[in-house]
Design a protein around this ligand. Structure first.
Ligand SMILES: [Zn+2]
Length: 126
């Protein structure tokens, strides 16, 4: 999970990564207050786990977009190639239906990520 909070001294974002699903797991690992180092002003302060928020994983977003774009293009080419050899409009329509598959995979990854982030942010510790 990608986590972030704002530095109390300078207001810069402090971002870090932890393998936790919620604030309870984070508190279990590091205590109710997590010591974080701000690279902006070089201060080390303790932050309440409730002030720490999860954020979307950029990496997963990119993978989702990549699957969406590459998948859609390759499916489109396959459909066009196959459709050229078919003369039934129903067969062409059925093939066109496959175009939505990459989109569904993309949506699946995206909503899974959003669920994880929302779950973390919704549950307050204590
Ligand atoms: Zn700072």
């Amino acid at each position: 999970m990608n986590l972030q909070t704002r530095c109390i001294s300078c207001g810069a974002f402090i971002r870090f990564r932890q393998n936790v699903v919620d604030r309870f797991a984070l508190a279990k690992k590091h205590g109710a207050k997590v010591e974080l180092h701000c690279v902006q002003c070089n201060s080390v302060k303790a932050y309440s786990v409730n002030d720490i928020k999860a954020r979307q994983h950029k990496y997963w977003r990119l993978i989702g977009v990549f699957i969406f774009v590459v998948g859609t293009i390759s499916v489109l080419f396959t459909v066009i190639g196959l459709a050229a050899g078919l003369n039934s409009i129903y067969a062409i329509e059925a093939l066109a239906g496959f175009v939505v598959v990459p989109y569904l995979i993309y949506e699946g990854i995206k909503s899974h990520q959003e669920q994880r982030v929302n779950y973390f942010n919704a549950k307050r510790y204590g």
